[in-house]
Design a protein around this ligand. Sequence first.
Ligand code: GAL
Length: 686
Amino acid sequence: MRKEQPYRWQEIALGTCYYPEQWDRALWRDDLQRMKAHGISTVRVAEFAWNKMEPREGEFTWQFFDEFLDLAEEEQMKVIFCTPTATPPAWLTEKYPEVLNCRKDGTPFRHGMRRHYNYNSPKYRELSARIVEKMAEHYGKRPCIVGWQIDNEFNCETNEFYSPSDDLAFREFLKKKYGTLDDLNEAWGTSFWNQTYSDWQEVHMPRTTISDECNPHQALDYTRFISESTLEFCGLQADILRRYRKPGDFITTNGMFGHLDNHRMMDQCLDVYTYDSYPNFAFGLSENPKAPENLNDRRWSRNLSEVRSICPHFGIMEQQAGANGWVGRMEAPAPKPGQMMLWAMQSIAHGADYVSFFRWRTASMGTEMYWHGLLDYDNRDNRKLEELVRIRDRVKAIGGIAGADYAASLGLVKDYDNLWDEEIDAWHGRLAWQSEQAVFRAAQLSHTPMDMVFLTGQTEAEDLKKYKVLIYPHPVMLDDRKAEILRDYVQSGGTLIIGARAGQKDQSGRCAMRPMPGPLAELTGTTVKEFTLIGPADEASRMDCGGQKIEAGIFNDVLSVEDPRANVLAVYDTNYYKGEPALVETLAGAGRVLHFGGTFTPANAAWMLEYTKAAHPWQNVIELPADCELAVREKDGARWFIALNYTGEARRIQLKTSMIDKDTGAACEGEICLPPYGTKFYETKM
Ligand code: GAL
């Protein structure tokens, strides 16, 4: 079982990101007063301001932030103070170039942007620990400080590290993991293409190769190593902050980026997790953002669900407040009137109890001049500030939702081994990406609130039992422990659905010499007879389920039934394996497992949600059109239904029972109009 998160916000709070070092001091007080007047109670500062505390090596000065914190205290503004390690100062990188991260070919990343350091340089660790300790010692007891952010966005910009320090540390990581070179050679399958190592000195991180690919088992260990390195660097800072912070002040960092076990980071280093939420990015993921069935910014709810699995009651450290772009990147338009509110409410609907807008005022210089904040360069009141006032009032009305649990009876199962293997193995990756999107979309369109459920070292079957249905689309890497937990879940009444390629690989990412689905075969009562990708010249794959034709995706495992308990629900209807089992249901204990040989598509995922009766769990209470999202949160015997309209047009919803509209306090029932980009919070008794 995972431990309870150590910190929770007691009420929904609003914040913003502020950069005192980028503005004339004469503006500070006015900024803080204006923030307060518009409902902002917390500012985050200092994450890129190492120079303001150590302008030259070993020369510490506290005056700059002392002045700012004095003002914050006078203006009763709370502060989240950051460690500044995301941007090492020029004096540091100039004198100690070994702290720099490098390209794969060894070329160092020079000063001028950010996140150009590496986690394994002993010098960078030493200087980072020193600045963190000194600043925590100096500012730690300031009354206005309520929390600490470590660094900024670990593994953003890049999640690959190729400095000489990383190379050395990788070798040590492997020595610890494997003990002997023989074991490493075995795990990495180095007899393939004559890669056998005979001395540890020959073992390196992935390096430039003829096709820029490398041994896939080496790549998997390298990703695990990056995650370990990040955790160590974060832990180093967390341990220091813990010694100096006031009781009750939280330690956090803002995510969420790749090659990092965020769940372990949360459990080992943090009190609460925060996320940087820019839903405008989701438009870029759509093949056709104009297609009505496309989820666009609503897709961002997938990310928020993943954040919730890391930390159920999280914060948003950066909530989109304007158009996105850097000087060299033109990303996304300004939020339409109402969208800032919608996106803030989307965060809250998914479990955020703190929402901090990025940023107070758009930078008037530097790379991010087009990453727009609440205020524009001219510093005048604008429509975003007006919307902020509406958000402030809204938050007062719905504030009671803080600490409520997101309620889902459907879970999409994931784990880090598979996530990282997906990046390396294009076959695995393509299946996983499409299937996850498909299941998410089917859940969204059927108004089935869904959690992301990560199987980690801490997960026990008990954690899974609250879900009626779990879909683990492609558990390509499966070990006995995971299989055991899943078996326990099924036997105690759960419904588990697995898709193609389950149990294909071992923990090194090697294809296991046993029938799929490997350690789950006993539970499913099936094996995989053969398999194929659906080629461009093939007919789109289909299966026949009692006369109903259902899509079978982009890859097909042809199943064979091994156990009399197993019941064939559907057979393939296309290709040379027409008539062979495609979907098999097997009862086990009080539950059942569905082994699906294909990959998930929006249509077949919708079918499976219907078949397992997971879909539309609240249709007797509230009905929404497909293009609105439903989220449900529960607390102290109260259930909150949150309806979100992502379209620029009004939408009608139906309340089938009387509920309290939290904005007005009035009981309502029947047909309700959600205005363009409108959101509603309703409360009922459970
Ligand atoms: C985030 C980052 C911010 C700012 C913003 C806009 O990733 O934490 O510092 O850079 O994006 O680019």
